[in-house]
Design a protein around this ligand. Structure first.
Ligand code: ATP
Length: 129
């Protein structure tokens, strides 16, 4: 039976969807350079978070930044792959789509850095007082 023929409300279909999502995530972890950079940055920030004993609210902001970044990076990679699948030729629309997706990641990365600085700079300054 083809996957599309399955009952969309069945538990098996739900498990399948979850499995596909994990496969996509694992593929990104293994092959996507930018995703690996975000993973490393997230690990470093988490270590700093525990070292500086962040408050609950600070952790909430950090977690939203980290996991939002992961999600956006995955979407960006998915858009890149879809465009590469559609065309291997130089196409203005392909460039616009890829660059806009990259722009979305950039915007989130900037606000993530700003939030990180707002949280960590006062704690680092406190260390040298
Ligand atoms: N088919 C295409 N037509 C026109 N421009 C493209 C096309 N594919 C990619 N580009 C442009 O070439 C540049 C590099 O694209 P590429 O796909 O290598 O992305 P990248 O930012 O290097 O991402 P990554 O390193 O994650 O693969 C970008 O400006 C992109 O918009």
């Amino acid at each position: 039976m083809a996957w599309k023929d399955k009952n969309p409300f069945s538990f098996g279909r739900l498990v399948d969807s979850f499995t596909y999502a994990i496969q996509g995530l694992w593929h990104a972890v293994k092959t996507e350079k930018n995703f690996q950079i975000h993973l490393t940055a997230a690990l470093i920030v988490s270590i700093c978070g525990f070292t500086f004993r962040l408050s609950k609210v600070e952790w909430l902001f950090i977690l939203i930044c980290i996991f939002g970044m992961f999600s956006l990076e995955l979407l960006n990679s998915a858009i890149e792959k879809t465009i590469d699948l559609v065309t291997e030729e130089i196409r203005p629309l392909a460039k616009q789509a890829k660059d806009m997706a990259a722009g979305a990641v950039l915007i989130y990365a900037v606000i993530t850095v700003v939030i990180g600085l707002i949280i960590f700079i006062p704690k680092i300054v406190e260390l040298f007082r």
